[in-house]
Design a protein around this ligand. Structure first.
Ligand SMILES: C[S@@+](CC[C@H](N)C(=O)[O-])C[C@H]1O[C@@H](n2cnc3c(N)ncnc32)[C@H](O)[C@@H]1O
Length: 204
């Protein structure tokens, strides 16, 4: 069973019936900063894009972006935001209801993949499969941008900690990766900021 019960999709669908805790009305500042430091190559995939602010931010920088999330309500909200954009930016961003684990769903490769808060939802065995999946979607030289809680709270249905040691182990050169940036920042929420591990890693 996942950290979020037998049906994680149903869990997140229920969360989106109210404003989600992570829906801060704009992209996470730690990710914005990381993307300035390591500009992504198009196209960019935003996995677990929520209501789309980060994918829209990428499109506003002139880079084509696809946001995917397995919750219809989140994608509906993302599409509503995209409809308000000037056409030249709206043309650069697309949103799809997709489970990132569905191998049939994404059949293109990406220059960059953004994950703000999905890896930390997964237990270690699911995390192995998730990173393999992302590696298969990245072009050689493509970059993966991560932003995950760095602390674990002793309550049910919250993310786990993804600490810097885990990033160093998962993205070792022997596994075909190069770590470009790794540091601690914050994951903002509607309640309080949480210490977060931020990383940019390159597929060699
Ligand atoms: C913590 S939220 C972060 C949302 C967004 N990235 C942000 O920073 O505001 C994690 C998101 O991942 C989505 N998600 C979780 N598992 C997923 C999966 N297997 N496939 C697609 N989306 C998933 C959830 O629905 C949720 O929107």
């Amino acid at each position: 069973m996942s950290r979020f019960g037998p049906d994680p999709q149903a869990f997140f669908e229920a969360v989106y019936r109210k404003p989600a805790p992570w829906d801060i009305g704009g992209p996470q500042p730690a990710m914005v900063k990381l993307l300035v430091e390591h500009p992504p190559e198009a196209p960019v995939l935003d996995v677990g894009c929520g209501t789309g602010d980060l994918a829209i931010h990428i499109a506003e920088s002139g880079v084509k972006a696809l946001g995917v999330d397995f919750v219809q309500e989140a994608i509906d909200k993302a599409r509503a935001k995209a409809r308000l954009l000037p056409p030249e930016i709206a043309n650069l961003v697309d949103f799809r209801v997709t489970d990132v684990f569905d191998a049939e769903s994404l059949n293109q490769s990406f220059g960059g993949i953004i994950d703000s808060g999905l890896l930390h939802l997964l237990d270690p065995d699911q995390s192995d499969a998730f990173i393999e999946r992302l590696a298969s979607l990245l072009r050689p030289g493509g970059r993966l941008y991560l932003h995950e809680f760095a602390v674990t709270f002793p309550i049910p249905n919250v993310p786990r900690a993804v600490v810097e040691e885990e990033i160093i182990e998962r993205f070792a050169s022997a596994c075909g990766w190069r770590i470009l940036t790794l540091r601690t920042e914050q994951f903002l929420s509607r309640f309080a900021p949480v210490a977060a591990t931020v990383a940019c890693v390159e597929r060699v």
